[in-house]
Design a protein around this ligand. Structure first.
Ligand SMILES: O=C(O)CCC(=O)C(=O)O
Ligand SMILES: [Fe+2]
Length: 237
């Protein structure tokens, strides 16, 4: 990958499924395709296990169990590789990735450098999530909040330099999982999904439209990935 690129993101399904030629990508992606396949299928296996456990705890009926609302080969999952430039002025707090919540259901984030911060919904403090060797960071996305009426909440997060230390050149790799296009986007805690319910495909596109027309403000910030929209990084999705 060209190191001058700040980020690259690819629809996961175009890599792991039947349309590998649909999206242009740097050649290094293809030379590591087996590793990517292994990693994404491993993440999906873990995700299904998380979904099954949560569905059981929430007592969701089988037809709307979280594991049945995901299908890695028929979703709009995204694989994203981000590169953050070295911060040469350690005293000033820099925030190269602004506060946002992830749009989908579950995010697996791999990095070996600190910088990721989370903030509780009712708090004012940002806390660093220090990476642990051989561990992924797993975030809940907005779909989880919607399905559970906020019982499970998407986490507000950003990337910031470390006080007094700045930030070395930093890489992170994220697999952002999304429900299938037909997944209902409403509370799953009640008996039946109403007819004509908004489906994931329309929900995602409505969010993108809202963000493009109105890319600032608290409601949008808490809904979605405003930083990405401003940086134009969702243009290929
Ligand atoms: O680079 C990171 O650690 C966070 C990336 C992130 O939040 C995202 O891709 O949505
Ligand atoms: Fe994120």
């Amino acid at each position: 990958m060209d190191h001058n690129d700040r980020s690259q993101q690819l629809p996961c399904s175009s890599i792991i499924a039947e349309q590998p030629d649909k999206f242009p990508r740097p050649s290094i992606v293809d030379s590591h395709i087996v590793t990517l396949w292994d990693l994404t299928s491993w993440c999906h296996e873990i995700a299904q296990s998380i979904f099954r456990t949560l569905s059981k705890a929430l007592e969701l009926p089988q037809e709307v169990a979280l594991e049945t609302l995901h299908n890695p080969t028929a979703s709009h999952d995204i694989i994203r590789l981000l590169r953050y430039e070295k911060n040469t002025s350690p005293d000033a707090l820099r925030v190269p990735q602004a506060a946002h919540t992830d749009l989908g259901s579950l995010t697996f984030l791999f990095t070996d450098s600190p910088g990721l911060q989370t903030r509780a919904r009712d708090g004012n403090e940002w806390e660093y999530v220090i990476p642990k060797e051989n561990c992924a960071i797993v975030n809940l996305g907005d779909a989880m909040s919607m399905w559970t009426e906020g019982a499970l909440q998407s986490v507000l997060h950003r990337v910031a330099s470390m006080p007094g230390q700045g930030m070395n050149e930093r890489y992170s790799f994220a697999l952002l999982m999304r429900p299938t296009n037909t997944a209902p986007m409403c509370s799953l805690l009640h008996d039946a999904v109403p007819d004509g319910q908004l489906r994931c495909e329309e929900w995602i596109s409505a969010k993108f439209k809202a963000l493009r027309g109105k890319n600032d403000g608290d409601s949008v910030r808490s809904m979605c990935r405003d930083a990405d929209i401003r940086a134009g990084r969702l243009a290929t999705v």
